[in-house]
Design a protein around this ligand. Structure first.
Ligand SMILES: C[S@@+](CC[C@H](N)C(=O)[O-])C[C@H]1O[C@@H](n2cnc3c(N)ncnc32)[C@H](O)[C@@H]1O
Length: 330
């Protein structure tokens, strides 16, 4: 049994060629889910008319965008080109959002290149009629680094709002028990400490999330072939905090379909997209697999295992796929 039986599709053109005929969507195509009304479109997030066809005049109350970060694992371009491209998909995102809505953007900062594109993206966002609300950091368990630098374990998540969107504070509570005493304050003439003041026994996530397990091959939610999968728990937290049941959630960079699946589980509708037909197919199959098996991913299997058993795939030791974690950067 191999840890990640399907190699990274972006690095394996011959595997990609085998997968393409198995994909329901061609570029420009859209799949509509007959069960919950989700949509998956094979489109470019920067293409205004394609996004408008996907939305079909519906407005979402939440967007969760996870674009390529312009770092090594993705095709890189100049920061200027990256920001010009981001301006297009952010414009399309705001066009898809309701007057009271939230936008979350996952983004990276390249410490070997003046932390691009994070600061440029933050400055870009000042052009838009949207308020910055929080700058969240998700702490990964595994990181990368050298003996001469701090280990890089962070994922950045920007939170913006328009109007007066939902925020359900219950979703912010973690399972981490309150243990630290000692923050004393006088309340009504009585000296109290933090453990007696709080209503709950567990701590709030705050804007540094330390309770999220990074996806790797041992987890059920692992989707092999994907290289940038976000943990379901992180997206579930965003959806439950910043939308209401039956709301519409959008994600124009679907990849493994984490937002689609999290929306299904939380009882929201999701319109999602990816420019690559293979990731669109993986997202649809992940949803279908969840409905038939109750499983959130394939752990050591993969989305195409019926048509492409291991014997038809390159041996993982011949590829970069047998790594014990999924992404090291994202
Ligand atoms: C960082 S991954 C998203 C990961 C996702 N949140 C998950 O949990 O699986 C970025 C995805 O964006 C897709 N992508 C890149 N450029 C795109 C574009 N112009 N329009 C739509 N999707 C694009 C890539 O194919 C890739 O699947």
């Amino acid at each position: 049994m191999h840890n990640n039986p399907l190699p990274r599709i972006d690095e394996q053109p011959e595997v990609r060629a085998k997968l393409l005929p198995l994909c329901r969507l061609k570029p420009g195509g859209m799949w509509t889910d007959s069960v919950s009304g989700h949509r998956v479109a094979c489109i470019d997030a920067a293409d205004a008319s394609a996004v408008s066809s996907l939305m079909d005049r519906k407005l979402a109350s939440l967007a969760i965008q996870d674009p390529p970060y312009n770092l090594v694992a993705f095709e890189t371009r100049s920061v200027r080109d990256y920001i010009a491209w981001a301006r297009c998909w952010v414009t399309n995102t705001l066009g898809a959002l309701a007057p009271d809505s939230s936008l979350y953007v996952w983004l990276g900062a390249d410490q070997r290149d003046h932390f691009q594109p994070l600061p440029e993206f933050m400055i870009l966002m000042r052009e838009f009629p949207i308020q910055a609300r929080s700058f969240i950091t998700v702490r990964n368990q595994r990181g990368y680094g050298t003996q001469k630098n701090w280990m890089a374990v962070r994922q950045e998540l920007l939170y913006y709002v328009r109007g007066n969107p939902a925020f359900n504070i219950e979703a912010e509570y973690t399972d981490i028990p309150k243990t630290l005493r000692g923050y004393y304050k006088d309340v009504g003439g009585e000296r109290t400490e933090n453990l007696e003041r709080g209503k709950r026994d567990t701590i709030r996530a705050g804007n540094v999330w330390v309770d999220i397990q990074q996806v790797f091959y041992r987890l059920q939610e692992n989707v092999s072939g994907c290289y940038a999968q976000k943990p379901l728990k992180s997206v579930d937290r965003i959806i439950r905090a910043s939308s209401r049941p039956a709301d519409l959630v959008v994600d124009f960079f679907s990849h493994s379909g984490t937002t689609l699946l999290a929306a299904e589980i939380a009882g929201r509708r999701c319109y999602t997209a990816d420019v690559d037909p293979v990731y669109c197919e993986i997202a649809i199959r992940r949803l279908e697999h969840f409905r038939t098996s109750g499983k959130t991913g394939w752990q050591n299997g993969h989305a195409f295992e019926k048509e492409l058993p291991a014997s038809m795939l390159p041996h993982p030791s011949d590829t970069a796929a047998d790594r014990s974690t999924q992404p090291t950067l994202f």
